[in-house]
Design a protein around this ligand. Structure first.
Ligand code: AMP
Length: 424
């Protein structure tokens, strides 16, 4: 038997109703904040992620689905392609390619699958869905303002509240800009020199090549060592310090609660200044429901103009897991089950179904080979409100037996009154 690939999964009804409910609510919230949808391809040139996300990150170093796309003509070169492990790099690539700076501040959102070769477990998959947004543009359009950071964070609080997700925690940090980072990296390297040999092999490598990534380490034995390391908060320059202070001031004014976490560095190299995560207690080990931050230098590192930006990505799979709402409650039951009774009744039943569906009535259609008893059983199992019987006599009289399944009340309804009777 052929099964779904490890780490991927099928979403079946009724759960799909929950996913649609989430996406509809999210689109409403994005509309209220004037974000518009962007769709980028699910695969890109590998170098986009190598340069954007960073060679030393777990994502690029270990988790990407990459293949050599052979050319069709001898003269063409093959290209290394990768299934997107995240969507920010793709959005910034599109920003540069389509010169979106002409539009001033771009407020964009996306919903779609991402791919990482991680060890699958509950809440962690190899194909997973992210709902994300990016506010990006020239600094003159306000893209660098702490007001943007606060707006994004407030949007997220609104979104989680709207979905009825309670007990979330917003963890906030500033990881500074390249200025601060140089001095901080130096301090980290120095502090790690005597410690690294006692740490995991990943950390030994990170300590030399990209010491900030040591904070991504999940190995329990390394945690007490990491606790002793200097923190970026001690190395922020004055502009970064002020920016971060203003984000907090605005956030406090809006009433969105947050806690500072100076160990939070996020697993991607492009982040600058504000970095954040929302966690949720009910999710267990994979408790990060979403993450994001500023990436003021990303456009330049991909060959574009200066384009400060801030964004986030919500793990939609985890969002759905955190929802209390039951999938069944969202399922729309049929308004009416049409039961064709006897040979030759299928065409007439189909005609009636088409008429009713034009009026947004949810119709389930039976089959003329079903005995009446079976039609009733199927209609009841589906949870239909009414059953409509289409037989020889009904057709002749142009009147149909319409039975309310719960009350058992049955009446004869003229064809022209059917829509009104079912909608009532
Ligand atoms: P990241 O870009 O790694 O910060 O991811 C943002 C969010 O996407 C995380 O907070 C998770 O909710 C979700 N996420 C990341 N990786 C996975 C995965 N392998 N499976 C499910 N959700 C994920």
């Amino acid at each position: 038997m052929i099964k779904a690939v490890r780490g991927t999964r099928d979403l079946l009804p009724p759960d799909t109703a929950l996913w649609n409910f989430v996406e509809a609510a999210v689109r409403d919230v994005f509309r209220a904040y004037n974000f518009q949808e962007i769709r980028t391809p699910i695969f890109e040139e590998t170098q986009l992620f190598a340069r954007g996300v960073g060679e030393e990150t777990d994502i690029v170093a270990k988790e990407m689905y990459t293949w050599e796309d052979r050319s069709r003509a001898e003269s063409e070169k093959g290209t290394s392609l990768t299934l997107r492990p995240e969507n920010t790099a793709g959005v910034v690539r599109a920003y540069i390619e389509h010169k979106l700076w002409d539009r001033g501040l771009n407020k964009l959102f996306y919903i779609g699958p991402q791919f990482r070769r991680e060890r699958p477990q509950k809440g962690r998959y190899r194909q997973f869905n992210q709902i994300g947004a990016e506010a990006i543009g020239p600094a003159s359009a306000g893209s660098e303002s702490p007001a943007r950071d606060a707006e994004i964070l407030e949007l997220l609080a609104t979104l989680l509240d709207r979905l009825g997700i309670e007990n979330w925690t917003l963890e906030l940090n500033s990881i500074g800009c390249p200025n601060d980072r140089a001095a901080y990296n130096e301090a980290l390297r120095k502090a790690l020199e005597p410690l690294a040999p006692k740490m995991c092999s990943d950390c030994q490598r990170r300590a030399v090549s990209n010491p900030l990534r040591v904070f991504d380490c999940k190995v329990p034995g390394d945690q007490p060592i990491i606790e002793t390391l200097p923190r970026i908060s001690q190395y922020l320059d004055e502009p970064c310090r002020q920016h971060f202070a203003q984000v907090q001031t605005i956030l406090k004014a809006t009433g969105v609660p947050f806690t500072l976490n100076d160990r939070l560095v996020r697993g991607l190299d492009y982040y600058t200044r504000t970095a954040f995560e929302f966690t949720h207690g009910a999710l267990g080990a994979q408790n990060a429901i979403l993450g994001g931050g500023r990436y003021d230098g990303l456009s330049e590192s991909l060959g574009g103009p200066s384009a400060p930006g801030i964004g986030f990505a919500i793990g939609e799979d985890r969002l759905v897991l955190a929802l209390k709402q039951s999938a069944e409650a969202l399922q729309k039951k049929p308004d009416v089950y049409i039961a064709p009774l006897g040979t030759g009744m299928n065409p007439e039943a189909a005609r009636l179904a088409r008429e009713l569906r034009r009026h947004d009535i949810v119709v389930e259609l039976g089959d003329e080979t079903f005995r009446l008893k079976k039609s009733f059983e199927v209609a009841t199992k589906l949870g239909a409100r009414y059953i409509l019987i289409v037989g020889e006599n009904e057709l002749k009289a142009e009147e149909f037996a319409l039975k309310h399944l719960e009350s058992g009340e049955q009446r004869s309804v003229p064809r022209s009154d059917l829509v009104r009777a079912i909608q009532a």
